[in-house]
Design a protein around this ligand. Structure first.
Ligand SMILES: C[S@@+](CC[C@H](N)C(=O)[O-])C[C@H]1O[C@@H](n2cnc3c(N)ncnc32)[C@H](O)[C@@H]1O
Length: 468
């Protein structure tokens, strides 16, 4: 009998987890009916409760592990799995990488129907802990209290992470192992100082309160540390004791800024920024270049692996020094500068003004006269023939945000007529969809490399090389 009609919400089933789905859930099959199981890893046999049934698939959570997976390792983090960040840290690292490769293959082959497809290369992470160069924590007066926590725990103060799918509750974080250890020390000090100074955390419901986010950036190759305290309004006198306390405790901190976000939107991105201490940006070295990165600019969050990702892009581009290159969604211009070493001319396009300013400064600082950056919203920038203002590109690099390219840009991309398209992506689903478009327009997928930038998390980074 077809299992999709038999299985229903509330059923308890014994399931064998055979793989990990993109997003981090375990996959089990009852005949051809797929069930996604939260916090379960390949190789486990679990007794699980079906909590949702949809057309074609079900969702379940484990009640009991009946047989443990040979790939199981003890999670390092005390906040696992409540935090929801490093969802797959109980899976050994080798298997995490193997599963990510399989996910990309599944998405391209089965979901998008790309033919004759295989992942050509997988580059695992060099460091599986302390690799993130940027972390963001949210202040809240609405702490998520765990059953194991004492009755006395302060419920009206938390600095940590959103509970998955709960916009209103924050899990207080004591330690995070994917950022450098000093990040945990700064986090703890910020918590104790903010409480001692009686600074009010922001309330998502009433929109009262002062402290909204703590954002930190770490220069992996420079030792620089940037702290951004995001507040809901400007009050330098109120913030100064907190900023001074951090500077005193951590002389290694090279920048402190205050972003002011008066909007209701839950983003650590201010309408404007006040500069409180040190340089106004963080410096980081990548390859032969030094980058100046301000609080709100995009920079790849794993410095060591960004280098490998860009090398993969550079190798794919096979530049000879004659080419015009476009770098779309260029952020602070790091790929642009990598490629400019071997190209005639590079044009970077990016929507965030401060990132374009950083990119321009970075080009000057690194004596790269052949790179030009342009503020552009690529959702419609090339719509009205504006492309004619620029030379025709031989190579186009795209590295869109997780949501993928706007439909207009996906369809416009082949119209540049470039010989090569290097497509860097943190979302294989949208990348596979765009691959179909490029193939229909005469581009051949020559190579796909998976680069693991984010160990223990479900995120996957890929580089596709297309040849016209
Ligand atoms: C994944 S990042 C890539 C940055 C850069 N390539 C790098 O490796 O550092 C995506 C970038 O796209 C930018 N972006 C997002 N939406 C955009 C849009 N509609 N037009 C132009 N840039 C956009 C973001 O600000 C971000 O800098």
């Amino acid at each position: 009998m077809n299992q999709s009609t038999v299985i229903k919400k509330g059923d308890e089933l014994v399931l064998d987890i055979d793989s990990l789905a993109y997003g981090g859930k375990g996959v089990a099959r009852v005949d051809d009916f797929v069930i996604f199981v939260k916090n379960a890893i390949p190789g486990q046999k679990v007794r699980a409760l079906v909590y949702r049934k949809r057309k074609g698939y079900g969702e379940a959570r484990p009640l009991e592990i009946l047989t443990e997976s040979p790939h199981m390792v003890a999670p390092r983090c005390d906040h696992f799995p409540t935090c929801g960040g490093c969802k797959v840290q109980q899976l050994d690292y080798e298997e995490q990488v193997a599963q990510k490769q399989q996910q990309v293959e599944n998405i391209f082959l089965r979901q998008a129907g790309i033919k004759d497809f295989k992942v050509d290369a997988v580059i695992p992470a060099e460091h599986i802990y302390h690799y993130r160069n940027k972390m963001e924590f949210t202040f809240s007066n609405n702490r998520w209290v765990l059953p194991s926590e004492s009755e006395e725990v302060e419920r009206d103060f938390a600095l940590g992470m959103h509970i998955p799918k709960r916009w209103d509750k924050i899990l207080n974080i004591d330690a995070c192992h994917i950022m450098p250890e000093i990040g945990t020390e700064i986090l703890n000090k910020t918590q104790s100082l903010a409480k001692a100074l009686k600074l009010k955390p922001y309330d998502q419901k009433t929109h009262n309160g002062f402290l909204r986010y703590l954002l930190m950036r770490f220069g992996h190759n420079t030792g620089d540390i940037l702290v951004n305290l995001v507040t809901s309004y400007e009050n330098p006198d109120l913030l100064k004791p907190l900023a001074d306390g951090l500077i005193e405790a951590f002389p290694q901190v090279t920048t402190v800024v205050n972003n002011i976000n008066t909007r209701k939107a839950d983003v650590a991105f201010g309408e404007y920024e006040l500069h409180l201490h040190g340089k106004s940006y963080l410096e980081e070295k990548l390859g032969y270049h030094t980058f100046e990165i301000s609080a709100n600019s995009f920079f790849q969050t794993n410095t060591v692996m960004a280098d490998k990702l860009y090398q993969a892009a550079l190798e794919g581009a096979k530049l000879r020094g004659e080419e015009v290159v476009f770098d779309l969604y260029c952020g602070t211009g790091s790929i642009s500068l990598f490629l400019a070493q071997k190209a005639k001319e590079v044009h970077g396009f990016e929507v965030i003004v401060s990132a374009v300013e950083d990119a321009t400064r970075n080009a000057v600082r690194n004596n790269m006269g052949n790179v030009h950056f342009h503020v552009a919203n690529l959702d419609n920038f090339f719509k009205f023939g504006v492309g004619k203002k620029y030379p025709k590109p031989d190579v186009v690099v795209v590295d869109p945000p997780r949501a993928g390219m706007h439909k207009f840009m996906s369809n416009y991309l082949p119209k540049f007529g470039a010989e090569k398209i290097i497509y860097v992506s943190c979302n294989p689903t949208t990348q596979a969809r765009d691959t179909e478009i490029l193939q229909m327009k005469g581009y051949e997928l020559k190579k796909l490399t998976v680069v693991d930038m984010f160990p223990h998390t479900p995120h996957v980074e890929t580089v596709c090389i297309f040849q016209k």
